[in-house]
Design a protein around this ligand. Sequence first.
Ligand code: AMP
Length: 460
Amino acid sequence: MLGPPDPGPPNVTQQPFRSPKGTHDVLPEDHQYMTYIKKAVRHRARQAGYKRIDTPMFEYRGVFERGIGEHTDVVEKELFTVTGNKNAEDAATSDSEFALRPEFTAGICRAYVEHGMQQLPQPVEFYAIGQCFRHDRPQKGRFRQFPQFDFEITGIKDPSLDAQLIHVLQKILTDLKIIDRLRLQINNIGTSESRKAFMESLKEYFTGKERFLPETDRRRLQANPLRLLDSKEEDTQILLKNAPRLEQFIADDSKQYHATVLEYLEELGVPYVENAGLVRGLDYYNQTVFEYWDQHAGAQNAVGGGGRYDGLIELLGGKPTPGIGYACGIERVIWHMKEAGIRAPDKDQVDVFVAQLGPEAKKKCLGLISELRERGVHTLGALGEASQKSQMRLADKFAARFTLLLGKMEVKEGTIILRDMAAGKQKQIKFSEAIPQIIKLLGEKNLDTYTEKDRFEDEE
Ligand code: AMP
């Protein structure tokens, strides 16, 4: 079902460990992209009045089972369950199982109920950025731990909110310069009543035809017939050709709602493709559903998706409260940015490498390095006791723009050598001139200083 089992940790002591299957390290190069994407998300979120929320990475399993649906792929096959240690402290909960969040919406709605947020001015608009977990079969673009950003609007139902929510995502994908590679697919799947009626009718249609269905689809027919629609089995697809279609069960008011959402999207200049086959895999959706698909790869590896979930908060124990949201896979966004040749700005560049010779010079350099850093210059140096030549080679390897070189002679004379690494030119200047000259060469506006504004930015 889930492919070959994990090889597990190596049993030979000397064998190096690897990250668990389906997970990977985010190395500095990809962090440039992560930071860039998070900045775009936060910026657009603030403009539109969304506030940041963090819910735990794990919840009581029931939050997902009840919310997302017991017979969905995400819960049935992909939930990472966690059992608390059965020690004294956990006694009260030891029989409960927890699960790592496979998505944000259910946890955010649980928090909405728990904190009585229906008392707040509505709608309540949240965004979240963090890791999600699904015990999926790892493959290209599909991991067991993956970062998402997520937007949710709860408390008011209005087609203008559906359109505005999608518009924010459109803006983010535009800021990240990948919108031209993607297409918004949108559909209306009606109310849960119309879906129930449709499922009944599907069951009826398949009565007597069960033996033509593969085993897995026979089970789906009983548990959740809607899932037959995205079955990969050829026999099922052939039978589905003459089966009742969801559109036939959508009531007029849902159709009207959909038409208004589309009209508002047009008003906002958001292009879309109407896609009657789009249903989305989780039970809690109703009415509007949408996904951003790769123009070429289609449904495979959608970049983001979401929809309306007007029954979810009630399912989780709250008063009936409408909601709509979406989530976007950050790694898939990075993949598109790389494919499109978009580079995230490198904020980790080394501006200055300080090389030194002799204990006196090394000591003097410490103050210089500290002051340069304080002024916002990315500075490395005073590393080891290597020769001047090998320190210069190191400066080159770190791709430093400038090197400041302090030898025994310079200490005595109160000077320092400033070298422009790309130009290969150097000059001797007064030691006291080193910082002003470097700042002039880099430009005041390029200095990395921590401002009042940064203090209020949540960087995670
Ligand atoms: P979903 O709610 O399943 O449509 O997920 C929303 C978005 O999260 C998808 O469009 C993907 O970008 C991302 N995503 C979902 N599952 C995974 C996964 N296993 N690995 C990486 N990204 C994922």
